[in-house]
Design a protein around this ligand. Structure first.
Ligand code: FAD
Ligand code: FES
Length: 268
């Protein structure tokens, strides 16, 4: 439970309310994370927040943080040289072994692009291990698109299909307009031979999972990354409970069939 000290070695302002920090261990480092896991980031004197791994490069943790309250405001105000406490990694990861030899469909909404970013990195690192790769991204507006430069790079590649849509266009927007689930219908995949990874606001994930299954992807091959308020992150306090699931240890990545009935309950 004791956080290890990490130093901010790079900071990038992605959006007016969102930054990406690269963290290097000051001395002892946390165990190597699996993609899809999260860390508890500690803003000293304020508190902790669960933040997904957006990348892991040369022992450096990459985290993208949106300011919504006290802890995330403090973390996002960090600049190079500042120190942050890190506890983790925790939770289940994206199981890419099950996607080996299959088409991979990634659906991300808003900040949900951060937890799926390591999937894209893995796809490019071992491209021949997978079939077709499709990334569908949704954002509220063009100005709210996360990782814009990387999206443009990925779109320039011939070995991945990247489609981006926004809920509301600006006059200069030339891309798709509408919810990201509409892109699922025309995604160039072989549905029965596809594994799907979905991350974004909960309502978007529910609709996306239904659309993906309607396309013919087996429900058991649809993985979601859930968010719940967390405190301990190790299955002790119950803060993150959703039905019988403790999202901090049974999740955040869960197969759609397991949480489908629970998300319906939570909706009432
Ligand atoms: C597994 C997991 C991974 C996450 N990954 C990221 C990430 O990569 N980047 C990122 O910016 N945030 C991520 N979050 C959300 C982040 O943990 C919360 O935004 C943060 O805990 C809020 O703390 P705060 O003190 O800044 O705000 P608070 O004052 O605690 O909350 C401010 C507002 O945000 C809402 N809120 C608090 N926690 C959550 C939550 N978990 N989900 C939805 N709404 C919440 C509150 O209800 C309140 O309206 C993740 C959460 C989980 C559970
Ligand atoms: S956060 Fe304490 S049980 Fe999950």
């Amino acid at each position: 439970m004791t956080p290890r000290m990490y130093e901010v070695v790079a900071r990038r302002d992605d959006l007016p309310d969102t930054v990406t920090l690269t963290l290097a261990p000051v001395d002892e480092q946390c165990p190597t994370p699996a993609i899809g896991q999260f860390n508890m980031l500690w803003a000293f004197g304020i508190g902790e927040a669960p933040i997904s791994l957006a990348g892991f490069e040369n022992g450096h943790l990459i985290h993208t943080i949106r300011r919504v309250g006290a802890v995330t405001n403090s973390l996002a105000a960090s600049t190079t040289g500042d120190q942050i406490g890190v506890r983790g990694p925790y939770g289940t990861g994206w199981d890419l072994t099950r996607a080996a030899g299959r088409d991979v469909l990634v659906v991300a909404g808003g900040l949900g692009l951060a937890p799926v970013r390591p999937i894209i990195t893995e796809l490019f690192a071992n491209r021949s291990s997978y079939g077709r790769a499709v990334l569908l991204v949704g954002a509220r507006t063009p100005d709210a698109l996360l990782y814009r430069d990387e999206l443009e790079q990925w779109r320039g590649r011939l070995d991945i299909e990247v489609e981006v849509t926004v809920d509301s266009a600006t006059p200069s927007w030339r891309g798709d307009v509408g919810v990201v689930t509409r892109l699922v219908e025309r995604a160039p995949i072989d549905p029965e031979n596809t594994t799907a990874f979905v991350c974004g606001p909960e309502v978007m994930m529910r609709f996306a999972a239904v659309s993906v299954v309607d396309r013919g992807v087996p429900a058991a091959e649809v993985m979601l990354s859930l968010e719940r308020n967390m405190h301990c992150a190790i299955g002790h306090c119950g803060h993150c409970q959703l039905g019988p699931e403790f999202i901090c240890k049974d999740g955040p990545v869960v197969p759609w069939p397991r949480v489908k009935p629970l998300l319906r309950v939570a909706e009432r």
